[in-house]
Ligand binder design. Structure first.
Ligand code: 5AD
Ligand code: SF4
Ligand code: FES
Length: 345
């Protein structure tokens, strides 16, 4: 066991059996988290990158069984921000000190190429790096967004188990999701993906495959979070993922992909009140505080218990900065692109 952890720390390479072994046994979790923390420090340093998250539409044409924004959920009031609101939230984020904004929404076709590129060009004027997280699109659409100024794209694979994916994401295809990730790479985006931990029917073997998939596609960013059952979805009575296992999948991802960006996800903080700080000390180097204003935060309800729903962007910025500084970590002042200092031999 300890020799496998040592191997991961030194070579950044494990096979599936070794990953499953570490996922199964929890006696050496502390050692895994500490090794991931050392690898994080060695490759990406102590700086924490903050990304301001703008949740600009909770309207979604998809019907993922785990998600509160699924189209069949009639219990959530739907909203779309205006172009002006989105740009203003970005401006305010820039003024607070953010160097990146993440534009996230459900799969909402109202935001077509015309509207999105207009928004992207306006935000680009503000000297911000832009991450998009708006779902599956065509190559041409991704290309238009890249040309309009988007720098990064987040699209979680959710699970690499094709059967499970297609069961939980009705009418979506695993092939198309992978096609999207490949297109984004081809177009020169920094590509973020990731998975949910604790989905019903998900095995440790499949989580090991997820980590190997992240490495295989050379992802630039990986977000891992626990699945948290939403009472307004068909998966309401399922168990959901644990904090510890999510943290371990995240830490193992750091060991195998030493120089990428890894967020301490909001869902981790929902399950543990110090979740983000613990994650930052177990391999993570990014936090994505919410910069959406007003009532919208509450309505962007992927899962219950979401943090910060009644807080302002300024409050969250101060809150998280203080917490990060309290564990001796500085807030980065640059855009926080992937450092790419680890090249495979
Ligand atoms: N619990 C945790 N995360 C969820 N997501 C969607 N629904 C849930 C849930 N119930 C995540 C998905 C998606 C991201 C935007 O939110 O992984 O990619
Ligand atoms: Fe829509 Fe994304 Fe939720 Fe699926 S996970 S229902 S695509 S917002
Ligand atoms: Fe929002 Fe702490 S980050 S209240």
């Amino acid at each position: 066991m300890l020799d496998v952890i040592k191997k991961a720390e030194e070579t950044h390479s494990l096979n599936k059996d070794e990953l499953v072994l570490l996922l199964k046994e929890d006696k050496f979790d502390k050692e895994i988290f500490e090794a991931a923390d050392r690898v994080r420090k060695k490759y990406v340093g102590d700086e924490v990158h903050l990304r301001g998250l703008i949740e600009f539409s909770n309207i979604c044409k998809q019907n993922c069984l785990y998600c509160g924004l699924r189209r069949d959920n009639k219990n959530v009031e739907r909203y779309r921000l205006s172009e002006e609101q989105i740009i203003n939230f970005a401006k305010n984020a820039r003024n607070l000190g953010y160097r990146t904004v993440v534009l996230q929404s459900g799969e909402d076709d109202y935001f077509n190429v015309d509207r999105m590129t207009r928004i992207l060009r306006a935000i680009k004027e503000l000297d911000l790096a832009i991450t998009l997280s708006i779902g599956e699109k065509s190559y041409e659409e991704y290309k238009a967004y890249k040309e309009a100024g988007a720098n990064r794209y987040l699209l979680r694979i959710e699970t690499t188990d094709k059967g499970l994916y297609e069961k939980l994401d009705p009418n979506m295809s695993h092939e198309n999701r992978k096609r999207c990730l490949m297109d984004l790479k081809k177009l020169g985006y920094e590509v973020g993906t990731g998975c949910l931990v604790g989905l019903p029917g998900q095995t440790l073997e499949s989580l090991a495959d997820d980590i190997l998939f992240f490495k295989e596609i050379d992802a630039d960013m990986i977000g891992v979070g626990p699945f948290i059952p939403n009472p307004d979805t068909p998966l309401k009575d399922e168990k959901g993922g644990t904090f510890e296992l999510s943290l371990k999948v995240m830490a193992l991802t750091r060991l195998l992909l030493p120089d990428i960006n890894i967020p301490a996800t909001t869902a981790m903080e929902t399950l543990n009140k110090n979740g983000r700080l613990i994650a930052l000390q177990s391999g993570a180097n990014v936090v994505m505080p919410n910069v959406t204003e007003g009532e919208y935060r509450k309505l962007y309800a992927l899962y219950p218990g979401k943090i910060c729903v009644n807080d302002t962007p300024a409050h969250c910025f101060g809150c998280i900065s203080g917490k990060i500084n309290s564990i001796g970590r500085p807030i980065s002042k640059d855009y926080g692109y992937r450092k790419k200092i680890f090249e495979k031999a």
